[in-house]
Design a protein around this ligand. Sequence first.
Ligand code: TEU
Length: 571
Amino acid sequence: MTDAWGPNRWWKSAVVYQIYPRSFADADGDGMGDLRGVIGHLDHLQGLGVDVLWLSPVYPSPQDDNGYDISDYQDIDPAFGDLDTFDELLAATHARGMKLIMDLVVNHTSDEHPWFVESRSGPDSPKRDWYWWRPPRDGMAPGAPGAEPTNWGSYFGGSTWAFDDATGEYYLHLFSRKQPDLNWENPEVRQAVYAMMRWWLDRGVDGFRMDVINHISKDPALPDGELPMGTAYANGGAAFLNGPRIHEFLHEMHQEVFAGRDALLSVGEMPGVTVEQAKLYTDPDRQEVDMVFQFDHVSVDRGPDPWAVVPLRLTLLKAVFGRWQAGLADVGWNSLYWNNHDQPRAVSRYGDDGRYRVASAKMLGAVLHLHRGTPYVYQGEELGMTNAPFRDIGDFRDIEALGQYAQAVEKEGRSPEDVLSVLRARGRDNARTPMQWDDSAHAGFTTGTPWLAVNPNHKEINAAAAVADPDSVYHFYRRLVELRHTEPAVVHGDFRMLLPHHEQLYAYTRRLDDTELLVIGNFSAEVVRAELEDAAAWASAELVLTNVATPPESLTLGPWQVIVHRRRLSR
Ligand code: TEU
C-alpha cells in the first residue's frame, strides 16, 4: 500500500470500512453484536477489497451512548468479548492484509470511569481538575433553575451542565450527563491519554479515529452563547469548536504517540471544522492528524429550524464538495463518506430507496468515491441498506433521538408529529439497525432477540443475495474500491467541478498527467443529457464504469445513472 508519496501516505489510496460492532454480527445470541461476530465475517470485508477496518467503541461502557461513554480505555466490554478475542481479531485482520483502527473517545469519559468517580469524590480530589467543575451562576442557589454556569445546550438535549448534590457544583457534559468532558488544560489528563494510545499501538492496532477531537480545547472562561428565540439553550460552540489550544494539543499528541511509528492512520472527527482549519489540521508539515472527517455535506439538508426537513438541493451539495476539493487541493486531506453510525442511510436520504434503490445506491457510491480524499464505507452501505420504518418514539433507542424529542416536545412545545417526522428521516437509529446478512429470521444477525429491530426489507436486501448477484450494489462497490487501488488519477488527480448550476447532474473530472476521468451522476429519475463543452471527445472515450445494463447513449443519463469515462490526453 505504498505509493509515490511515501509509505506514510498509504491511506490516500485506501478505503476504510466502518464496523458498528453492536449491530454487525452477534455470535453468542444475546442480541448484541460482538467481536467473535466480526471475526466470522472478515471474508465479506476482504471480498470487498477494503484496506482498513474502523471499529466503533468496544471498550467497557455503561452503553449510555452505545459505547461512546467509556469506563475503561484499556479493556474490552464483556458484551463484545475480551482482550484475547480482540487480539485474535487483530491478527485475523492483519492476516487478510487489512489494518484495524480503534475509536478514540477522549473528549469525555463515562461518569463511571474511575477518573471521574475520583474527581467527583470532592473538591480536594487530586483528579478534581481532570474535568470541568464550576459553581452555580453568580448569586444563584445551587441547583436552582437557570443556575447552570453557562446557558449552553447539550448535543443530546437539555443543559450541558449536571448538578452534583454532594459538592454543590456542576460538571460539564457536551453530550449526555453520563459523558463528562475531560479537562485537556490539565497536563496529567493529556499524558494519561497518550499513554493509553501508545498501549493500543504497542498491541498492534494501526491508528485511531478520534471522536469529536476538535472539541477538546475549551476557552477556560466558558462564555455564554447567544440564545435564539424559542429555544431553551444556546449553542456554546464558539467556546469549544476548534478551541484556543487545539493545534497545540494535537501536535503534542502526534509527538508523544505517533512520531517514529510507521504506516499508521489518524482521523480527526471534527463537527464544525472549516476548510481553512482543516488545512491546518492535516498539513503534513504541522504533524497533527492525517485527515479530517467533516460534516458540511451532511448538513445541506438541515435548515435554521432543526425540526424541519429541508429537501436536498444538488447545487448546494456540489458547492460544498467543490469548496472542500478546492480548499485541500494542494495541502491537506479529507475523508469521503455518506454514511456512518450517526447519519441516516444515504440511499434513503439523497437517493431513491424504492424503485431505483440499486441504481441510486451505486450512483451515490461512484460519485463519492471518485473525489479526492479517502472513502469510507459504513456497514450495510455496500448492500444499499435503507432507513428503518420507525413509527413512534417508542421505536427509537438512541439517546440523541430520545433526548432531543424530550427537549423539543416537553420544553419547547413542538408538535410530536413534526419532531417524529424529522427523527424518522434523520435519526441515528436508521444506521444502527442490524446488518442484514441473509433472508432468515433477524437477517442472520442473531439467534436471539436483536437489541434494535431488524429492517423487514432484509428478505430482499442482504449480503448473501448481494454477493450472489453480479449486478448488486456490493459488486459495484468492489469495483469502486478496485478503481481506487489501480487508477492513480482517482488518488492524486486534480479535481474540476463541471455543471455547477445543474440541479440533477453531478459532474466532475479528475486529471493526472495524461489521464483524465469524467464522472457524471444523475440525481433524478428523469432522463437527462449532459451538455459538456467537449462532449464529442468524451462520447467516444472508454467507459470504465456504469450502473445500468445498456451503456449510455452519448452522455445521456437514464434515471439515477452514473457513468465514468477515461481518456488519454496528448500533451
Ligand atoms: O459524534 C459527534 C457529533 O457531532 C454528533 O453530535 C453527531 O454529529 C450527531 O449525533 C449527528 O446527529 C460522535 C460520535 O460519532 C457519536 O456517535 C457520539 O454520540 C458523539 O460523538 C459523542 O461521543
